[in-house]
Write a protein that binds this ligand. Structure first.
Ligand SMILES: [Zn+2]
Length: 496
């Protein structure tokens, strides 16, 4: 069967505001104390009037500009009517025909090694309020269902992509790039476990039969809560739609759009309900909220204040610090604070590659083991940079630097701050300084050579390996000697 997979994604992002979108209630994630973050507005009590949260609008504006969207100078609020226990007003405040932004794109990598990229179109990004959460008893004892309205009224940005993705892997890549961008912008914590980022996938197939191209009915898979599940659910759905086509030969338009859920345990999608059309919701402008007018100067102002985007930062890091695409990706993918840390280390020690090796290996390993964020890491970028500086300056070896690094961490665990002074102290205490005084070395080398006539004879008979044992003996005598220098001096001595 010859077919193309067509995927479009709708992503709901919870914005990082302290209060809800139309009232002053806290947006904190608080599942243990239901219904405490509520007021007459988000409970939908009669007579309560909403007021727009300016911060929510500003964060959306930043995101839409970073997504290369056109910003509408005039935007309004609409009521999307439907009844559900977690929606006490009986309607959701959203944006229908005049969203605040439209027509953007995000660039994703298709093949990093080949430098192949692809632009995924963004149809629109609009603001709306979240509903509460219905909690059904899953113990099988059939107790009552409950409703928690702590989340009702949390600001959500809905980002709707064009159906531009052609494989589950591309869909996953798009989500990764989108999440990275949102993280760098600082507009959302993108915590999928807490529901700060949720995704619906629209999937169908274009079947190629001779010169004809037939589209199969579109299926929307709702509420995918991890990138892995997005990939798996789409993979499953493609297979299912192939089989469905062979059985029924149903085309787009023959049946209503279908909504399906994803059962991660069984690894299948399942039918939920026929998808409502927009007309079912009886959208109309919300009379309680004034339209929002965005002056051109405001857009320019927000644009000027935007951060460096991850894609741009990748390019700059590769050039500035002479890093491979792989290294740059590891640094950028860990988030803006980590990328800042790396840049600080690199600038302090003056060697980008060395800094990258340490930050992406030693530091990352310790962060993972200690379950710390880079902001909590006991060795500051300045101190690590100062430590690494000593390697090209031939003050200590890489091996000794590692020893100091681990000692700094162990010290921090005991309450000793990891400072530059502490580095010097450790080097002195352990005698790790590279001995640059060749006078001392010469004496030790002469004595070691004198004590090992067999090794000397072996070397002079052409056995290069014999020098290894002698290096070891010299290093034991002179702590902190640079092995390279010792080897060189030994060979010179033996060749005399
Ligand atoms: Zn409220």
């Amino acid at each position: 069967m010859d077919y193309t997979v067509i995927i479009g994604l709708e992503v709901h992002v919870q914005l990082l505001t302290r209060s809800k979108i139309f009232c002053g209630c806290s947006t904190e994630f608080n599942p243990t104390n239901p219904n405490v973050q509520t007021c007459p507005v988000c409970l939908g009590l009669p007579g309560a009037l909403p007021v727009m949260n300016r911060q929510a609008f500003d964060l959306s504006l930043q995101t839409a500009l970073a997504l290369n969207c056109e910003i509408s100078p005039f935007t309004k609020w609409d009521r999307k009517q439907y009844y559900y226990p977690d929606l006490p007003k009986g309607y959701q405040i959203s944006q229908y025909d005049l969203p605040f932004s439209e027509d953007g794109w995000v660039e994703i990598d298709i093949d990093v090694a080949a430098g192949e990229t692809k632009k995924i179109g963004i149809i629109r990004a609009h603001l709306e309020e979240d509903a509460g959460k219905n909690m059904h008893d899953e113990s099988g004892r059939k107790t009552d269902s409950q409703v928690d309205l702590n989340r009702a009224g949390t600001p959500l940005l809905e980002i709707v992509s064009q159906p531009d993705m052609r494989s589950p892997a591309e869909a996953k890549r798009y989500l990764e790039e989108l999440r990275l961008l949102l993280t760098y912008l600082g507009v959302s914590d993108c915590n999928m476990q807490e529901g700060s980022l949720r995704c619906d996938a629209n999937v169908n197939l274009h079947i190629h039969e001779g010169v004809e191209k037939i589209a199969t009915p579109i299926v929307e898979i709702k509420n995918l809560n991890s990138f892995r599940n997005v990939e798996l659910a789409i993979e499953y759905e493609v297979q299912r739609q192939c089989e469905e086509w062979q059985k029924s030969h149903r085309k787009i338009g023959d049946v209503a759009k279908e909504t399906r859920g994803w059962d991660a345990v069984r690894g299948v999608t399942f039918a939920q309900r026929g998808k409502e059309e927009a007309s079912d919701y009886r959208y109309f402008p919300d009379p309680d909220l004034v339209p929002v007018i965005v002056p051109a100067e405001r857009i320019e102002q927000v644009k000027a204040g935007l951060c460096e985007f991850p894609a741009d930062r990748r390019k700059r890091l590769a050039v500035t610090y002479q890093l491979s695409d792989y290294d740059v990706r590891v640094v950028i993918d860990q988030g803006p604070a980590y990328a800042d840390y790396f840049e600080h280390v690199a600038q302090t020690c003056g060697d980008g590659k060395q800094a990258c090796n340490w930050v992406t290996q030693d530091v990352l390993r310790e962060l993972n083991e200690r379950k710390l964020t880079i902001g909590e890491f006991p060795i500051s970028a300045e101190v690590l940079g100062k430590l690494l500086q000593r390697i090209p300056q031939k003050q200590i070896t890489i091996k000794s630097a590692r020893e100091v690094f681990m000692d700094l961490l162990a010290g921090a665990d005991q309450g000793t701050a990891a400072t530059s002074e502490r580095i010097q102290q450790l080097i002195d205490e352990k005698g790790l300084a590279i001995v640059s005084d060749t006078g001392e070395l010469e004496g030790v080398i002469a004595s070691v050579v004198g004590k090992n006539p067999k090794a000397v004879a072996d070397f002079q008979a052409g056995k290069q390996a014999a020098v290894g044992a002698l290096i070891g003996q010299v290093m034991r005598e002179v702590k902190g000697a640079d092995p390279q220098t010792v080897r060189q001096m030994l060979i010179e001595k033996l060749s005399q």
